[in-house]
Ligand binder design. Structure first.
Ligand SMILES: [Zn+2]
Length: 126
């Protein structure tokens, strides 16, 4: 599972960003909720329980795109650092994360993957 998890996460983030862009309606503004109604800036939809209306509005495309970008930056920081195989190195020579030095994949990457654990393409730990 060297780069499989990273490839998998990039694919999920690409899908989320693509869907958010398709829902954006040409940047007409943020989704909002009031009572049982969600205003999608392209129209309103009523009939939600208020908590669900707030939850839907929370997934405003602009917010989703900001979240995707933040996750991409986390992914970029936690890059794979493969073992070199040099027995002369004074430190333990393992596959690890270049950001935190934890064994690969590090906990931060595993946390990023957790929401997708039920996805059929999700790489499994050996
Ligand atoms: Zn890391």
């Amino acid at each position: 599972m060297s780069q499989d998890l990273v490839t998998f996460l990039h694919a999920r983030l690409d899908e989320e960003a693509d869907l958010a862009r398709r829902c954006d309606g040409e940047g007409r503004g943020e989704w909002t909720a009031q009572g049982h109604t969600v205003d999608f800036r392209q129209g309103e939809l009523a009939g939600f329980r208020p908590a669900i209306a707030l939850h839907v509005a929370l997934h405003d495309p602009a917010r989703v795109l900001r979240e995707v970008e933040a996750k991409r930056r986390v992914l970029a920081r936690h890059a794979f650092s493969p073992a070199i195989g040099d027995p002369e190195l004074p430190w333990e020579n393992n596959d690890d994360c270049q950001y935190d030095g934890e064994p690969w994949p590090c906990d931060d990457l595993l946390d990023l993957a957790l929401p997708y654990a039920d996805h059929p393409d999700c790489p499994r730990a050996p």
